[in-house]
Design a protein around this ligand. Sequence first.
Ligand code: PXP
Length: 254
Amino acid sequence: MARHLRLGVNIDHVATIRNARGGRHPDPVRAAKAAVEAGADGITAHLREDRRHISDEDIVQLRRILDAPLNLEMAATDDMLEIALRHMPHAVCLVPERREERTTEGGIDAAAGVEYLARFVTEMSLAGIRVSLFIEPSLEQVEAAAMLGAGAVEFHTGRYCNSTGAERERELRRIETASLRAHDFRMESHAGHGLTYDTVEAISALPLIVELNIGHFLIGEAIFRGLEPAIRQMRDLMDDARATAPRTPRGPLL
Ligand code: PXP
């Protein structure tokens, strides 16, 4: 098991606040630097087709100024593929995108989209970009991602975060089982969406999950406490949960 669990801080909503007034403040690049200072291993940014938060110029500046790895979330379109190949982020996460949604509401359907997605995964992987697919934690989706040759999968944790009790526990087991399957194919397992201080520990304790991407909660919490303390607490919760977790996964949920 990878003992160090990477934290990617998603800075989209710094750009959301900036865009509410136009202009430059608050600057997502400044937020990215502060996030790294506070213990983030990388920065995640979603360049949406409607550019509602992160802009093309933000990507230029992040690539120019940031030393830490950049994980670019994007839809599988020709425009986005061209942008990724031009800016060469460390990683790309392919996500589904619908204009009317407020956020990425579910995973990409890799199983139904194998033929369509193949070109995107192949071109970026050949260029040296680590490609992950944002998917629901199901064996079918993991197997499709493996067939596509993705280097990683990111499990959508929305259902886990939005449920309680036995349902949440079941969803956690689904994520763990999916991570075991990803491991069979030598793919990294990542997770994200909707994670908070209350939900991060159980996910951090899953031994095969090696990266979490967290945004909205941290930017919201930063309003009350400042960005760096908000991130430091998340980092500490992740690290503590990891340190005391079992080193091997439970068996699959059949
Ligand atoms: N991972 C992916 C692929 C996402 O699309 C998002 C949301 O943009 C996140 C992680 C972060 O989710 P949240 O902002 O709810 O923490």
